[in-house]
Design a protein around this ligand. Sequence first.
Ligand code: PLP
Length: 364
Amino acid sequence: MKYSSYNKLNFTVGPVMMDPDIKKIGSNNIPYFRTQEFSELMKENEKCMKLLLRCNENGRVIFLTGSGTSAMEAALMNSFTRNDKVLVVNGGGFGERFVKLCDIHNISYTEIRLRYGESLKTTHLEPYESKGYTGFIINMHETSTGVLYDMPLVSEFCKRNNCFLLVDAISSFLADEIKMEEWGINLLITASQKALALPPGIAIIVMNVDAVDRINKNKVQSLYFDLKEYLINGERGQTPFTPAVGTLIQMNKRLLDLRHKGIEKQICTVRKVAEDFRKKIKLLPFEIPSDSLSNAVTPLRPLGKLGANDIFNRLETEYGIWVCPNGGELKDSLFRVGHIGNISIEDNDKLIQALIDMKNKNIL
Ligand SMILES: *Cc1c(COP(=O)(O)O)cnc(C)c1O
């Protein structure tokens, strides 16, 4: 078939539009990777990730070939044992995924269930103070509903209760401020296809010394997901199995650019695009059903005639624009507009214009 959707304006949350320089690197052959040169590139990638997250020098980074979920599963399997008792914040699709993973891997857990769009408050955590929990799992930004959780609140709880803190920051990295050391995050996950704006296929696990220690002591029933092997190989800039070599080379360029620009400036760029969109969307019949927003995404509930999924379809077929649809229960009531990747204020104007056009035609 002739694939035709390369030129759509993409407001989804991943994969997102890439910088021209990064696309150019992707047009090369994929080189052999058991080489000194590739090892050096991998070591540089690790160093850049630690610098961007201001992770302690003794921390480590694993580049796992798989989507973000592979890192969620690997992190959970390697960090916890049957002797742990963990809290999982579940406010949407990605929180639900951690719950399923705990079930599959027999990790004892208690779910902190939040309504769609609800933010995390002190009252949600109070019942679990001094109850012997050893771990806390949270998606910093629940991307399915667009709720950014109160990380200082979670951090304080974990410090008081001596909980190992595992944070899925897949959609927050480079979009929202993350204080890995200050918040006492033991293990943090991100992935290549969100704000890193690379092809999908690499998940990144960043660990502090305590997490590395835990992983090294833990026996894991898995070959591919035994992180000890990645830690050993990583010491010489290698991976146990063939990684997504091309994406890691593109990542090197992206990480060096980000290090040069500075993470604060990058977050500011994303925030400006998000704020611009939120200002302009006010003129149209939508509600933003979240009281704690990430810069990465704006969730929108349509208040007019057309349901969320129909809006997604019309924008795609009639305007060549992708917004991010929701699935399941939220399919007709919610869609999302992403602000990450190679997207600009001018792009926001094109989306707003398309929605205004739909409104003028009395469709919206
Ligand atoms: C995108 C995302 C994931 C990973 O999804 P994959 O499709 O497996 O890459 C996990 N958690 C959050 C919060 C995400 O936004």
